[in-house]
Design a protein around this ligand. Structure first.
Ligand SMILES: Nc1ncnc2c1ncn2[C@@H]1O[C@H](COP(=O)(O)OP(=O)(O)OP(=O)(O)O)[C@@H](O)[C@H]1O
Ligand SMILES: [Mg+2]
Length: 412
């Protein structure tokens, strides 16, 4: 298949390493890096526009903050359209953080469903942990800059509240919850058919592409995982929390380790060992997510036997033998998947989770490959169900599977 050929090409491009420190400014990659230069050719105008907006936004926000040191005022900051809320408005929206509106809790604090008083808009309100060491001013500037991000596959930040020691973020509400819920919570699992899975994977890749290739300076996500891929109507995926690694609290030890090292099971080995963060660390995490999407297994599952607890470690030996690929398909799919599509999706995942970062594809190539896969609609009524009862040795890909055209070397 043609779209995989580009992987080889892109691997020749270098990727920029940055030091992994707690200083938000240090976390930004050098925009003059080779990687950025390589991607700028295609996206020059778009990047310039985002960059210009970011500068305007930062200065406008700083001016506004200088005028109003309370930051808890109600209103809308011109240029950015990001709203500011008082804590009272947040209390009203969530009916005093009513337990019935509790959506979940992550490393930054609790998330509640809410309804804004003025507009009636339904939102998700994240109440950040108050132990955070970061000043309100830095928090607001950072968040406002993130408010500029505008892409169909990134969760929109509607506004924020920085009132006293209260810091809250107001996001668009994603009605279908997280991908993690759908993959790993039993009652919802069966709804994710093969086509939906590929659509979600392709959309998530496009969100990551925006952060890597369209933002200026580019953003390394650092915490790509299924719980951070949220789903809208019709399973439209959006990445969330892509800027929180920089604005989150830093005072709490557990929290720091989560933020700095990403999440166990998703973290690229070289990042875990050396702290060197690159765009390819995100690609590794994306590969883990894609594996979860295909297999229905968790990145780390302590309930499984020792050899199967770590998804990548379990998958690696299976990648080497194409005859075993079908064993990796999520049993919940009940063999309703296209053989060729399964092989190709696994080939992408295998490339993304390679140990050697330079061998991992660039996000643009992942997007190309997954967009193609998502366009190949699978209809179980038309296409035969795969026979799961066949023994591994008797399983042979059909001629039209054309798996030999995959550039992934199954003997790797
Ligand atoms: N915008 C949103 N719309 C709907 N639900 C959301 C939204 N943001 C978060 N949630 C839900 O709130 C829960 C907690 O999310 P949160 O991002 O705080 O934690 P997490 O993703 O598990 O971990 P992390 O802190 O590392 O991101 C998740 O179950 C998620 O489904
Ligand atoms: Mg999250």
């Amino acid at each position: 298949m043609g779209c995989f050929c580009c992987f080889g090409e892109s691997n020749k491009r270098s990727n920029k390493k940055i030091n992994n420190t707690n200083n938000p400014q240090d976390d930004q990659p050098d925009t003059h890096s080779e990687t950025v230069k390589a991607t700028i050719n295609e996206n020059e105008d778009e990047k310039k526009e985002v960059s210009k907006k970011a500068v305007v936004c930062q200065s406008v926000v700083v001016q506004q903050l200088d005028r109003n040191q309370n930051f808890g005022g109600h209103g809308e900051i011109e240029e950015t359209k990001v709203k500011t809320f008082t804590f009272a408005e947040m209390e009203y929206a969530t009916e005093n953080f009513k337990p019935a509106y509790f959506l979940g809790e992550g490393g930054f604090g609790r998330v509640y469903k809410g309804k804004l008083k003025d507009s009636g808009q339904v939102v998700a309100i994240k109440q950040l942990d108050r132990n955070g060491a970061q000043g309100i001013r830095e928090f607001v500037v950072e968040v406002m800059t993130l408010g500029l991000v505008d892409h169909p596959n990134l969760v929109k930040l509607i506004g924020f509240c920085a009132d006293g020691d209260q810091k809250l973020l107001v996001y668009e509400f994603m009605p279908l919850g997280s991908l993690e819920d759908h993959l790993h919570v039993r009652r919802r699992r069966e709804r994710l058919d093969w086509n939906t899975r590929m659509k979600v994977a392709a959309g998530a890749a496009r969100g990551l592409e925006y952060l890597h290739d369209k933002m200026n300076p580019p953003v390394i996500y650092r915490d790509l995982k299924c719980s951070n891929i949220l789903l809208g109507e019709d399973y439209h995926p959006k990445l969330s929390d892509f800027g929180l690694a920089k604005v989150g609290p830093t005072g709490d030890n557990t929290h720091v380790s989560t933020r700095v090292m990403g999440t166990y099971g998703y973290c690229a080995p070289e990042y875990a060992m050396t702290g060197q963060l690159t765009f390819k660390s995100d690609i590794y995490s994306f590969g883990v997510v894609l594996l979860e999407i295909i297999t229905g297994r968790k990145a780390i599952d302590k309930t499984k036997p020792a050899k199967e607890r770590n998804l990548v470690a379990w998958a690696r030996p299976l990648f080497k033998d194409r005859k075993k690929f079908y064993q990796m398909a999520d049993p919940v799919l009940q063999a309703h998947y296209p053989v060729r599509g399964l092989y190709q999706a696994l080939a992408i995942a295998a490339m993304c989770v390679q140990e050697e970062p330079s061998m991992r594809p660039l996000v643009v190539d992942v997007v190309t490959a997954l967009t193609y896969l998502a366009s190949q609609t699978y209809d179980p009524q038309i296409h035969p169900v795969q026979n799961r009862r066949k023994s591994p040795s008797s399983h042979r890909p059909k001629v039209n599977d054309n798996v030999d055209n995959l550039s992934y070397d199954s003997e790797q």
